[in-house]
Design a protein around this ligand. Sequence first.
Ligand SMILES: [Zn+2]
Length: 186
Amino acid sequence: MLSKLLQTANLFHLLFFIDSELAAIKRSAGCPHCNGSLHQANYMRQPRGGPAGLPEEYCLRWSLCCGREGCRRRSMPESCLFMGRRVYWRCVVLIATALVQHRSESQSVGQLSKLLSISRKTIKRWFAYFTEVFGYSSEWLRVRGFLPATVSNDCLPVNFMEYCIMQSQDALSGLVLCCRLLGRGG
Ligand SMILES: [Zn+2]
């Protein structure tokens, strides 16, 4: 079951590894404003919803800062682990929303909220975001361009997650692919 994946440390390990790579690529490209060299200016976040005992470094949000006097602007590498400023891990937001979309009639949002230890209000907010906003977001539109027409724009993120899982060997790799595509925008 998808919710079990959220207790799998390896999922977070893989996503952290991808984020580290994305940061290294961004850093080697230099400052997008002045071409100056970029330095690390990472910070710790306190993301929720993952298994207990994850290494602290996984909570690191990679961030870069231009070293050139007079510029010093910050550059944020893309992230598979985090979804903007949301306090939950990206994979948690995706799975919780997918479970609400795919729930049986007998299963309430309250039951899912208990299962995942996430408040009903938060789950409903994510659901509303994916139903009303996500389909038009630049994040999704960038990914959409790489996908076959068979992936419907309805019922996101479930349709997209199912596509990613079908392209992969197992659900874990599928979820990693899903976070990677959304995080990098293609
Ligand atoms: Zn600069």
